[in-house]
Design a protein around this ligand. Sequence first.
Ligand code: SF4
Length: 358
Amino acid sequence: MTSLTQLLKHSVVSKKPISESVYTSLLDEQEKLFLPIQNMAKKAQYLHFKNQVYIRGLIEISNYCNNDCDYCGIRCSNKAVQRFRLSDEDILTCCKKGYALGFKTFVLQGGEDLLFDVDRVSKLIRQIKKEFSDCALTLSLGEKPAEVYAEWKKEGADRYLLRHESANSNHYAFLHQSPVDQKRGRTAIYRQNCLYTLKKLGYQTGAGFMVGTPLQTNQHVVEDLLFLQDLQPEMIGIGPYIPHPETPLGKISPIPTPTQRFHKTLYLLSLLRNIHPRALLPSTTALATLIPGGREKGILHGANVVMPNLSPEKTSNKYEIYKNKLNTGSESANGLATLSKALESIGYEINKGIGNYV
Ligand code: SF4
């Protein structure tokens, strides 16, 4: 074991924060440390979760968005998008379909759509929690004022996902430089404060970022890891950046190759499993989209959650945040058996429990 991995182990066992310089070395020495860190991650994963992988039923409720993130295929400036918005009935039908398949967590995800306002979402939360009282409800609906998060928590929402995107103010600004976002005053600090608010309100909170965006440096990633260390989220979603050609960022090159982005994501998943041993870490659709078998690779590097898509077929290919998002076979709820087989082939199995952070 190298001194760096020993240092990492010691910090985790003694619950001492990891310093910026150690994070920097861990990132700079990715090639040398890849396997030892993965092995440590697998041990931590087994210790806390055995070979269990939690499933969350993802429901994409709207691809309307008021924001204009420079990397996102459904940003408001992209006029080529065919927009959709599910009705409340559609959403409840998705939950019913998922519940019948054994899902115990529903994730309502959407762009920042003004028509999904406080009252409408509150009503939906009440309906879902009443009809599926043994299920957890996760929201992923973007930045909201503290009173809105508080209202939704009071109505029964359990968890909230909000990737912080980048903890570095300059890199965050680079990812959000469109006039719409600039005018709206979107900043890294504002987004981070949303996450601290969510934690304070008692949500199981998920943060995260993309790996390999144009101009992202190891120093930026170190800042992401330091932020996560401070926030202590219950869930951490990271995935490789996949360009969307109809976005400003999608036209910027060069960027790391798909293989480089894939490997770095796997390495970071392993690192995160070591640093946040009990966290719920999804193996994201972006991993599976970038390289065949990517989802299983994510699990083998420390991830312990997958999020099959319960959205209706008529809309499930329209939530295209990045290009060619995988949406077939085991990515659909109908493919649960396929997913189960794929996990079995690498020694893991689906856990249909509620999967709270413990
Ligand atoms: S990343 Fe989210 S907030 Fe940004 S444009 Fe896309 S859907 Fe909207």
